[in-house]
Design a protein around this ligand. Sequence first.
Ligand code: MN
Length: 266
Amino acid sequence: MEDRKNGSPEEPLILISNDDGIDSEGIAALAGAMGDFGEVYIVAPMDEQSAVGHAITVRDPVRARAWDFTEEAGVAAAWAVSGTPADCVKLAVNQLLPRRPRLVVSGINRGPNTAVNVIYSGTVSAATEASILGIDAAAFSLCEWDGGHYATAARVARRVARRILKKGLPEGVLLNVNVPSRPLDRLAGTRVTRQARARWEESFTARTDPFDEPYYWMAGEFVDLDEGEGTDLGAVEEGYVSVTPLQHDLTAYDHLAGVREWTWEE
Ligand code: MN
């Protein structure tokens, strides 16, 4: 690792992306945390892409602009991309990077990505895209919207990345990590969790624009419907780092047999 500035081909390449945009506080914190593990590249959206989920850009060109991240120690190169987080990972792996990443880390997101928010999250989708491409990946989110302890989440990211680089992840599995916003020594520990059952109950405000056309503005309230044990929401509420293994294969395997018993031909 000593000669990492030379970027030897044997050195692990770490790709960093996010959904909050390339100039967000969280991505700089994550870049700072990854420097010891290999050659760090950043490919992230130009503008905030929170809640775009796994969207990809197919009807428009995607542009990548070299981004000056030299102040951040250990970053070999960075690009700001006009597309989504999933676009960033695809473009990075296929075009921008000098070789295939050993690890893709996404975040550190501003705000939690627990429960059903995993589905809406661009942060998680960057990691998911890497997993689809067969690359080990993890998403990191800080459970705080304003300010918050990014240094804590960065330390957690280092630990998680070290484990992944040492052990590797099973094929098709990525890690979704949520970190309570508090000083490192105030974390209660780490729990391996499942996604809590929850949903947003939306409320729309209907208005009329200056051209007499109606428009709608979505807001919502997050409702936790899960009273069971072992959830991501429960862990972070109790001050634990939550680590949830995710898979992009969405097949409900427990229900394959039952649905096969339905009659499909009439
Ligand atoms: Mn975000």
